[in-house]
Design a binder for this molecule. Structure first.
Ligand code: MN
Length: 201
């Protein structure tokens, strides 16, 4: 058994002008594709090759660094593509909106705190919205780590994440990570984030 690179749920140009087609194409085919292939190489012939990615990640400290980096990269990008979309943005509704207001005070306060977590992550990594028990919390992780991993500072179920590796924005934004983060809000697929929130409950 091996992990498959999922189909991108939209065209490379679908998130223009906020995320450019060239970045999407390279990010998906080369980076996500690379993590997927390297994960498969790292687990081939080991007991991990019959496990779910979630089960692999929850005990990641017991596995090789290749499994940690590529397993994280495989999972994180699956989540990332799904929480974006064309004709998206705006604000969440329903249960998720209520939970965000309850835990962060307001959607704007949440947005500010999440953006800060993404902007201040030093070097490569991710910002996350995490369902941790009954709480919703914001965290960030280095490299391709994520909140499912036993090595994460904040552990829980990631329901929303933002890739702040330079490969995610450098072609269009160069060193202007804050501008990339600001524009990211315009492509968030809140329906999918709400679905993940429900599923995590
Ligand atoms: Mn990436």
């Amino acid at each position: 058994m091996s992990f498959k690179l999922i189909d991108l749920p939209y065209n490379y140009s679908a998130l223009e002008p906020y995320i450019d087609a060239k970045t999407m194409e390279i990010h998906y085919t080369k980076h996500h594709g690379g993590y997927t292939n390297n994960l498969n190489k790292a687990i081939e012939g080991t007991p991990l090759d019959s496990m779910s990615i979630e089960d692999i990640l929850k005990d990641v400290s017991k596995h090789s660094i290749a499994v940690r980096n590529n397993g994280g990269g495989f999972y994180n990008h699956n989540l990332f593509w799904s929480v974006m979309g064309p004709n998206a943005g705006g604000t969440p509704t329903g249960e998720l909106a209520d939970a965000i207001s309850k835990h962060f005070g307001s959607f704007d306060a949440f947005k500010e705190k999440f953006s800060a977590a993404a902007a201040t992550r030093f070097g490569s990594g991710w910002a996350w919205l995490v369902k941790k028990g009954d709480e919703l919390v914001i965290s960030s992780t280095p490299n391709q780590d994520n909140p499912l991993m036993d090595v994460a500072d904040v552990k829980g179920t990631p329901i929303f994440g933002l890739d702040v590796w330079e490969h995610a924005y450098y072609l269009k934004y160069q060193n202007r990570r804050p501008e990339y983060i600001e524009n990211f809000w315009k492509v968030v697929n809140w329906d999918e984030v709400a679905r993940r929130y429900k599923q995590a409950k």
